[in-house]
Design a protein around this ligand. Structure first.
Ligand SMILES: *Cc1c(COP(=O)(O)O)cnc(C)c1O
Length: 361
């Protein structure tokens, strides 16, 4: 059975990438060894990591004063690393509370004794819309933290907040390379690879050079300056995860880059949102202007019916549409590697489910 995997992460990879991994696996680049077995100090791997960094910069179209760094520890560790590296002057950061992951970032920074000002929160609206940034006081914060796409709640910034001279730090884990932005507006981007750029174990940080080296004597494994100097190979990097990310980046380039991904993702999510908005059974709770292209939550309003739907969907190969435990209902993640036909199949299924339901009620 053909399956479509709507998981929020780890998530679907392009079939071409899986095929390529399979081909490469026994003997990487005719070396007689798999990529899992080669030294990270070899020329073979140097090419992999350099190419991945170069392709990423090309896709983001950021100027030369950005570094691409590869870390372990997930995006979650960057909630600690970013404040330690950046919050050196005011020891105070601003944050827009747009949901679960923003709150996790707030919590980790607070644990370090750094003051976190929540500028705005939409918690009382169950995060069905985004918090707003009105005038941010200048020379007060080391940076503003935002979550460009809220994986659990299904919201995304379509326009970036204006921060004046305060650096903008963004968690782009779930819409990186899937939604187009002027990436040079970000001073730091943090991304867990397992949503749109590959597999778990790799975290990508793209950071402007002028933010590197502000803090001294940090733990080595989160020190941006050290990782920049060592080309992300202070110790053994996640070799296989970097190799997979490299293949995904190449794939995105071949598809036409971030603008093309954005166009396709809009087409996919429009198909689903239009169906949900017309439906008398389903609702998509997020305000239209703040809707995510990559994570689409929806509900029937009846938990047992949601349960039944999730079960029936999995029986026909529409997998992992269960919503996050904190919000319930359903969620379809439509990352770059989810083909349009997968969304068509999902909408056909939902349509049929709804017709059956009204037939019985
Ligand atoms: C998944 C996710 C994270 C957490 O990433 P880990 O790599 O599991 O630490 C953080 N932020 C967002 C927006 C996410 O979607």
């Amino acid at each position: 059975m053909v399956v479509y995997n709507f998981s929020a992460g780890p998530a679907v990879l392009p079939t071409e990438v899986i095929k390529r991994i399979k081909e490469d696996l026994p003997s990487f680049d005719n070396s007689g060894m798999s990529v899992m077995e080669i030294s990270h100090r070899s020329n073979l791997f140097d090419e992999v990591i350099d190419q991945a960094q170069q392709d990423l910069k090309e896709l983001l179209q950021v100027p030369d004063d950005y570094h691409v760094l590869f870390f372990q520890g997930g995006c979650t560790l960057q909630f600690t690393a970013a404040p330690l590296n950046l919050a050196t002057e005011h020891k105070k950061i601003a944050l827009l509370d747009s949901g679960h992951w923003a709150d996790r970032a707030r919590d980790e920074a607070s644990r370090l004794g750094i003051e976190v000002d929540v500028i705005d929160s939409t918690k009382n609206l169950h995060y069905t819309q985004l918090p707003a940034l009105k005038d941010l006081p200048q020379d007060t914060y080391d940076y503003l933290h935002i979550t460009t796409n809220n994986t659990i709640e299904g919201t995304a910034y379509n326009r970036l907040p204006k921060t004046g001279n305060t650096p903008l730090v963004a968690d782009l884990s779930s819409n990186f390379l899937a939604q187009d932005y002027d990436f040079s507006k970000f001073d730091l981007m943090m991304v867990g690879a397992q949503k749109n750029v590959g597999i778990a174990g790799l975290t990508i940080v793209v950071v402007k050079d002028d933010l590197i080296g502000k803090a001294k004597n940090l733990p080595s494994m989160i020190d941006y300056e050290l990782f920049a100097k060592k080309n992300s190979m202070f110790n053994t990097p996640p070799v296989f995860a970097i190799y997979v990310a490299g293949l995904v980046l190449k794939w995105v380039k071949e598809q036409g880059g971030v603008k093309e991904m954005d166009r396709r993702n809009r087409k996919k999510s429009d198909l689903l949102y239009d169906f949900l908005d017309d439906s008398k059974l389903f609702t998509a709770p997020v305000m239209k202007q703040d809707r995510s292209l990559t994570n689409v939550p929806f509900v029937t309003g009846k938990p047992e019916l949601d349960q039944e739907l999730i079960q029936q969907a999995s029986e026909v190969g529409l997998l992992n549409i269960k919503g996050h435990r904190s919000v319930g209902g359903m969620r379809a993640s439509l990352y770059n590697a989810m083909p349009y036909i997968g969304v068509e199949k999902l909408v056909d299924f939902l349509n049929k489910f709804e017709k059956d339901y009204w037939g019985k009620h």
